[in-house]
Design a protein around this ligand. Structure first.
Ligand code: NAP
Ligand code: G4F
Length: 322
C-alpha cells in the first residue's frame, strides 16, 4: 500500500485529494496544525480512514519528524496562507508559510528520504500581470501580491531541489478551482453563499469588489487528479492545469443569481473595501501539456460548478433555518 502525506489536508484541496488517494488504496497521512478549536469540518467524513499528525510549515523539526515516522512515498504540499487579500495584511507570515515553508518541507524530504516524490501547489497568481494570453508553462511570471511573490519562490525552490539534488519534485501551476468546500471569503463561494442567503430571505444585498476581473474557474475535485498524475510520470516536470476558458466576476454573478430566478443587478453592490492594491485582471490557462502528457481532462464545466455551489449553499442555509 503506497503512503501519501498531505500538508493542508483540512483545506479545500486537501479534503478532495485525501478522498481521491483513499479510493486508490493509499494510506493517507494528514499533517494538521494545532489550534484551540478543531478545524476538521472538510475531512470529518474521512477521519476514521486517515492518520492525522500535528505539524506546522513554520516548524522544521515537526516536518522532519513526520517524514521520519511515516516515510511517505509521496508528499503533497498543499498548506499555505492562500487568501490573496490577507497577504497584503500579513506579508511576512505569508512569506514564512507559503514561500519558506516549501523549503523547510523540501529539506525534510532531502535529509530523511530523498526518494520521496514531492508535489508543490503552485498558482496561476504567479502570472499576475500576464505577459501573454493564454498562460502556459513557458509564460514569464509577474506576481501582483505578496501571495503571488511567495508562490513564485515556492515554485522555483521546488525546481531548484529537482535540479540540485535530483529530487522528484514537481510544481502544478493550478488555475482557480472551486467547490462547495471553498472558503467563504473567496469570490465564488461568497457569491454562492450570498445568493442562497438572499433567496432564502436572510440578506438583501451582496457587497463585492472588482466585477471585471476574469478567471479560469474549474472544479477542485477534477484538479486533485492532476496533482496525483504529476507524481506518476517517469520524469518530474511542471504542468499548467486549468480549463482554458475565462469568465468575469460579473458573469459569475449573472450565472449564480439567474440560477435561482434573480437578477444580480438588483442585489450586487460594488464596495471599494474589496478592491485590491494591485489586481490580476485576466487569467486563462493553456492546459495543452497536461492534456497531452498526463491525459488530464476536466469533467465539470463552469456553469455546472456554479450551479453545484449554489445548490449546496441553498441546502446548507435552509438547514440553518430549521
Ligand atoms: P485552503 O482551503 O486555504 O487550505 C490551506 C491549508 O493550509 C489548510 O489546511 C490550512 O490549515 C493549511 N495551513 C495554513 N497554514 C499552515 C501552516 N503554517 N502549517 C501547516 N498548515 C497550514 O487552500 P486550497 O484552496 O485547498 O489550496 C491548496 C493549495 O493550493 C494552497 O497552497 C493554495 O495556495 C494552492 N492553490 C490553490 C488554488 C485554488 O484555486 N484553490 C489555485 C492554485 C494554487 P487550517 O485548516 O488549519 O487553516
Ligand atoms: O476568489 P478570489 O479571492 O481568488 P484569487 O485572488 O484569484 O486567488 C485564488 O486563486 C489563486 C489561483 O489563481 C490561488 F492561488 C489562490 O490561493 C486563491 O485560491 O478572487 C478572484 C477575483 C479577484 O480578481 C478579486 O479581485 O475576484 C475578485 N473579487 C471581486 N469581488 C473578489 C471580490 N474577490 C474576493 N475574494 N471577494 C470579493 O468580494
Amino acid at each position: 500500500m503506497p503512503t501519501a502525506m498531505i500538508t493542508g489536508i483540512t483545506g479545500q484541496d486537501g479534503s478532495y485529494l485525501a478522498e481521491f488517494l483513499l479510493e486508490r488504496g493509499y494510506e493517507v497521512i494528514g499533517m494538521v496544525r494545532r489550534s484551540s478549536t478543531v478545524t476538521f469540518e472538510r475531512i470529518q467524513h474521512l477521519q476514521d480512514n486517515v492518520t492525522l499528525i500535528q505539524g506546522d510549515l513554520h516548524d522544521q523539526s515537526s516536518l522532519v519528524d513526520v517524514i521520519e515516522r511515516f516515510r511517505p512515498d509521496e508528499v503533497y504540499n498543499l498548506a499555505a496562507q492562500s487568501f490573496v487579500p490577507t497577504s497584503w495584511n500579513q506579508p511576512v507570515l505569508t512569506g514564512e508559510v507559503t514561500a519558506l515553508g516549501v523549503t523547510r518541507l523540501l529539506e525534510a524530504v532531502r535529509l530523511v528520504n530523498p526518494d520521496t516524490r514531492f508535489y508543490q501547489a503552485s498558482s496561476s497568481e504567479m502570472f499576475g500581470k500576464a505577459k501573454e494570453v493564454p498562460q502556459s508553462e513557458l509564460t514569464p511570471f509577474h506576481p501582483r501580491s505578496p501571495y503571488g511573490v511567495a508562490k513564485v519562490y515556492g515554485h522555483w525552490i521546488a525546481v531548484n531541489y529537482r535540479e540540485s539534488y535530483n529530487l522528484y519534485a514537481v510544481s502544478g501551476i493550478l488555475f482557480n478551482h472551486e467547490s462547495p468546500r471553498r472558503g467563504l471569503e473567496f469570490v465564488t463561494r461568497k457569491i454562492s453563499n450570498g445568493v442562497a442567503r438572499i433567496k432564502l430571505g436572510l440578506a438583501n444585498e451582496l457587497r463585492l469588489g472588482n466585477l471585471e476581473a476574469q478567471r479560469d474557474w474549474g472544479f477542485a475535485g477534477d484538479y486533485v487528479e492532476a496533482m496525483w498524475m504529476m507524481l506518476q510520470q517517469d520524469q518530474p516536470q511542471d504542468y499548467v492545469v486549468g480549463i482554458g476558458k475565462t469568465h468575469s466576476v460579473r458573469q459569475l454573478c449573472d450565472c449564480a443569481f439567474s440560477y435561482v430566478g434573480l437578477d444580480y443587478q438588483d442585489y450586487v453592490v460594488q464596495d471599494p473595501l474589496f478592491y485590491r492594491p494591485a489586481e490580476v485582471d485576466l487569467l486563462i490557462a493553456d492546459p495543452a501539456k497536461a492534456q497531452a502528457e498526463l491525459g488530464w481532462k476536466p469533467k465539470i464545466s463552469f456553469e455546472e460548478l456554479v450551479h453545484m455551489m449554489v445548490e449546496s449553499d441553498l441546502k446548507r442555509v435552509s438547514k440553518e433555518l430549521i
